[in-house]
Ligand binder design. Structure first.
Ligand code: FAD
Length: 510
């Protein structure tokens, strides 16, 4: 292979993606589609190593990602055996026996500078009888009724106030994207990387060497090598910030089973004595897993508890996975950008990993460097990605910390642990007057925080004084009208399974 004559100041002509899991193929497909003809792109993956292959639940942002790549939703859903997801049901988190849904969408129907839940709080605090806040969320009510229809595009319609994401077979998404990426010019190389070569003068990565001796040079390397973090972690020794003192779950056991209940349009996260369990219904099966702390539970006990809890017969052997919560100090170091598990991991409680992959790819495309040494782009990328990780971390910790559970050593630990100052401040503000700290950037918006705060039993002492402006009777009437309107709209929607059968049924059985 010819020697690349680029110096650090010259343009990026060769991009090498290391890894062909969800992160690698998402990155490759997006780069060749959105920056066409800008560089040569080679992706290296090793079938003998394989991919993580779990990761079935997503956030609504994935729709924008797919749209930008020109992916047809119905075709994609059929190919990945996907179902629709309106939010996440959390059972037994604040207290055993309680459950709530974190919906994608709003409570109420906009139109005011004051958050809707403030009006509701005002009435509750005055002991006025009002319906549950859930009844004022279209997303929650559609999910609870196991129905689905696409949201209305007209913002004046109450049916525009919910969003949706997908639940899909994680082993099918990467191959689906691979076909598109290869069509648009990405080159795939099969083989195990056994060595990494660095530029002697500046330490940047120059090439990777495969087991058969093939040498692949690049100007920019995208590390999508999974938990191993082959380039960012192993080669460049970018330190790992360990967050397991806040997020002690470090293992998962996963097993798919036959579906015997509803194909729910939501993911379930059911709290367990040493962690939590997911249930993700797909068209052809249901995905299950128990995410747990190995300090508090043995692998064998976790496996047994999962097998005892699932709804149908298992259709594969349970798989054990190990991980550590945290992230690399920087996701972009030298001429290497870590995306996916290579840059960090936060447990799948709020389905954020594929979102983080997408955030990394979007930031990279926006800041794509014009030279190997591009500090200003690198710093901005790292600021954006660090912020995404930090905010998601706080949101996850909230689920564990805001609990009254005292039934196990695990819950005693997370209930009483010291939390990050950034989260403590947010919690104080909500406790005082229901205020949600607003973000200009980042993933979870006000309604998500409100759902989890209230769902886990954090009840504000007061409310925003602006919510006192309208007469109480008018607020009660508006709330009742809204709840009735939502009930009527939901009742007119098709069932989730019927909607899938009509719009995006998979073509063949598993
Ligand atoms: C228990 C669990 C549950 C999860 N649930 C969700 C969820 O519900 N939602 C969600 O968004 N995310 C979830 N995730 C995360 C999600 O699975 C990952 O973010 C996603 O699959 C991306 O993984 P990846 O591509 O970074 O890594 P991997 O899938 O591990 O891919 C790594 C790639 O690197 C290649 N590779 C590694 N070393 C070499 C080498 N030496 N030479 C050549 N190739 C190499 C491998 O062959 C592979 O192609 C979950 C993760 C876990 C552990």
């Amino acid at each position: 292979m010819a020697t690349n004559a680029n110096t650090r100041g010259q343009s990026i002509e060769k991009v090498v993606v290391v890894g062909g899991g969800t992160a690698g193929w998402m990155a490759a497909a997006a780069l060749v589609t959105l920056l066409p003809n800008a560089f040569e792109l080679t992706l290296i993956e090793s079938e003998s190593i394989g991919i993580v292959g779990v990761g079935e639940a997503t956030l609504p942002h994935i729709r924008a990602f797919n749209e930008r790549l020109g992916i047809d939703e119905a075709e994609f859903m059929a190919a990945t055996r996907g179902t629709f997801k309106l939010g996440i049901e959390f059972a037994d988190w604040g207290a055993i026996g309680e459950s709530y849904i974190h919906p994608f969408g709003t409570f109420g129907h906009g139109g005011s500078d004051v958050n809707f839940h403030q009006y509701w709080l005002r009435l509750k605090q005055a002991s006025v009888a009002v319906p549950d806040l859930d009844r004022m969320s279209m997303g929650v009510m559609v999910a609870r009724e196991n129905r689905f229809a696409l949201p209305d595009r007209d913002p004046a319609s109450i049916a525009s106030t919910f969003g949706y994401a997908y639940q899909f077979d994680a082993t099918l998404y990467a191959p689906y994207l691979r076909a598109r990426a290869e069509q648009r010019g990405a080159t795939r190389l099969e083989g195990r990387i056994v060595a990494v070569e660095r530029h002697p003068e500046d330490g940047d990565i120059r090439a990777v060497i495969l087991e058969d001796g093939t040498r692949v040079e690049g100007d920019l390397f995208i590390d999508c090598s999974g938990f191993r973090s082959l380039l960012l972690g192993e080669t460049l020794a970018e330190p790992f910030e360990d967050w397991s003192h806040w997020l002690p779950c470090d293992r998962a056991v996963a097993v798919p089973c036959r579906t015997s209940g509803e194909i729910t349009p939501y993911t379930s996260a059911i709290a367990m004595p040493a962690g939590w369990r997911w249930r993700i219904p797909l068209q052809h099966r249901t995905g299950n897993g128990y995410v747990y702390s190995s300090t508090h539970l043995s692998d064998e006990a976790a496996r047994d508890a999962l097998l005892a809890a699932i709804e149908g017969a298992p259709i594969a052997e349970p798989r054990m996975l190990r991980f550590k919560a945290g992230r690399r100090r920087h996701s972009w170091a030298r001429n290497c950008i870590g995306i996916g598990l290579a840059s960090g991991f936060l447990e799948p409680l709020e389905s954020t990993s594929i979102y983080l992959v997408q955030a990394g790819i979007t930031a990279l495309i926006e800041l794509f460097p014009d030279r190997r040494d591009s500090k200003i782009d690198r710093d901005e990328f790292n600021r954006l990605i660090d912020m995404e990780y930090d905010r998601i971390r706080d949101f996850l910790i909230l689920h564990y910390h805001a609990t009254t559970r005292t039934d196990s050593a695990f819950w005693d630990h997370v209930r009483t642990m010291t939390i990050p100052d950034t989260l403590a401040e947010k919690l104080d503000l909500f406790r005082r007057r229901g205020r949600v700290v607003k973000y200009r950037e980042g993933v979870f918006l006000d309604a998500s925080w409100v759902a989890v705060y209230l769902g886990q039993g954090i009840i504000p002492a007061g409310h925003d004084l602006r919510a006192d402006a309208p007469p109480a009777g008018a607020v009660v009437r508006a709330i009742d009208t809204l709840a009735d309107e939502i009930t009527a709209r939901v009742a007119a929607m098709p069932g989730h399974a019927a909607f899938i059968a009509r719009h995006c049924a998979m073509r063949d059985a598993a």
